[in-house]
Ligand binder design. Structure first.
Ligand code: PGA
Length: 249
């Protein structure tokens, strides 16, 4: 059975003290679950989160990183810096990084390579914009995002990869893909990976759905056979909501 994962992307939210109190509440309320639970606070609060979660199974992830080992990249964070504080998981290619900070497939391919070479686990995000869905291009867009960033990799890298399909039009908008739309795309992603690599790799990789997952729609979305969990933005900022979503898997 594939790993089931519920990951919270906190984006640019929560101070250090707020990080501590949210994680304390989350730890206290965390249900027994077969799923891996991940939280991704902002860079400056990663160590705080690691300390708060020392005796917890919750994994701390970064929201981004640079591809270079080190050097003159003002404002950036390297893989070694993350690893040095015990952070071994990183979200790459989030739609906000793509649309607001100009990250393209070529740049993401470099970030992916660095993270994988360093032995990190990546949560690789991708998904179409509203216009692309409206014009019926969403499958082509998703395929090319995967091809450009991931299909040059060696097959052995795949156990380090988690995919997160996040249609841009569903992120932070309150508009979610229907469970059927999510399933249709996730099945397409799996068949694309089968073609490029193998059935075994396609069947092993966890594919998360992201975009306005809330306590009231999580059960339906997670019930779909090719949906292996969720990447949660807004609803991960309230322990009660995040816990309800974890219970839904
Ligand atoms: P949302 O964000 O749940 O607030 O829509 C999801 C994400 O950006 O990963």
């Amino acid at each position: 059975m594939r790993n089931q994962i519920v990951a919270g992307n906190w984006k640019m939210n929560k101070t250090a003290s707020e990080t501590e109190s949210l994680l304390d509440e989350l730890s206290a309320k965390l249900p027994d679950t077969h799923a891996s639970v991940i939280v991704a606070p902002t860079f400056v609060n990663l160590s705080t989160a690691q300390n708060s979660l020392q005796s917890s199974t919750i994994v701390v992830a970064a929201q981004n990183m640079h591809f270079a080992a080190n050097g003159a990249y003002t404002g950036e964070i390297s893989a070694d810096m993350l690893l040095d504080i015990g952070v071994e998981t990183v979200i790459l290619g989030h739609s906000e990084r793509r649309s607001l900070f100009g990250e393209d497939d070529a740049l993401l391919a470099q970030k992916v390579k660095t993270a994988l070479d360093k032995g990190m686990q990546i949560i690789f995000c991708f998904g179409e914009e509203l216009e692309e869905r409206k014009s019926g291009n969403h499958f082509d867009v998703v395929k090319s995002q995967l091809q450009n960033a991931l299909f040059g990799l060696d097959a052995v890298a795949w156990p380090q990869i988690v995919l997160a399909y996040e249609p841009d039009w569903a992120i932070g908008t309150g508009e979610t893909a229907s469970p059927e739309q999510a399933q249709e795309m996730h099945a397409f992603i799996r068949s694309t990976i089968t073609e490029a690599f193998s059935t075994e790799i396609a069947e092993q990789v966890s594919i998360l759905y992201g975009g306005s997952v809330k306590p009231n729609n999580a059960t339906d979305i997670f019930s779909k056979p090719d949906v292996d969990g969720g990447l949660i933005g807004g609803a991960s900022l309230k322990a009660e909501d995040f816990v309800a979503i974890i219970k839904a898997i």
